[in-house]
Design a protein around this ligand. Structure first.
Ligand code: FES
Length: 155
């Protein structure tokens, strides 16, 4: 959520330039949600849809349980003008990208970030490498069409 937060705040600062804003956010347990005050504010806005899920609910949790991909049936999108920004553990990307495709979102409108794989950040350690791509050099955000076919390197 940390990299996505600045994108969301930018969109909300320029709210009139965008249509529906839908935030799908999943964590392991309710205690792991970051930016709880902002989540509360986003939840109260009539011009934002906030969908939350956890893998392991506690006694106070009364919303969705499951991976973030389980939230997709709740959302309606117009695939002609929807852009998705996907950030999280790379192992999650395959299922989320698959759900975006079910919604009809074009590959060129899917943005994926690989900042979690960074170490040196200057092209020396190879930790960020996905086949021939050094994400620290060319990313960390990619349009899905740039990295399509490297799904096995996501995990
Ligand atoms: S983070 Fe070390 S090579 Fe990219």
């Amino acid at each position: 959520m940390a990299p996505l937060r600045s994108l969301i705040n930018q969109v909300l600062d320029e709210r009139g330039n965008y249509g529906n804003v839908q935030i799908l956010y999943g964590v392991k347990s309710p205690a792991e949600f970051m930016f709880k005050e902002e989540l509360r504010q986003w939840a109260q806005r009539s011009d934002v849809e906030l969908h939350l899920t956890v893998d392991a609910p506690d006694l106070g949790w009364n919303a969705c349980v499951g991976y973030v991909s389980t939230l997709f049936p709740e959302v309606k999108v117009d695939p002609r003008n929807t852009v998705a920004a996907i950030i999280g553990p790379p192992v999650m990307y395959k299922s989320v990208i698959a759900q975006c495709k079910v919604k009809g979102i074009a590959d060129g409108n899917l943005w994926v970030s690989f900042e979690r794989r960074m170490r040196c950040g200057v092209g020396k350690c190879g930790h960020c490498q996905m086949n021939h791509i050094y994400t620290c050099q060319r990313g960390p955000a990619f349009v899905y069409t740039e990295i399509k076919g490297l799904e096995e390197a996501f995990a």
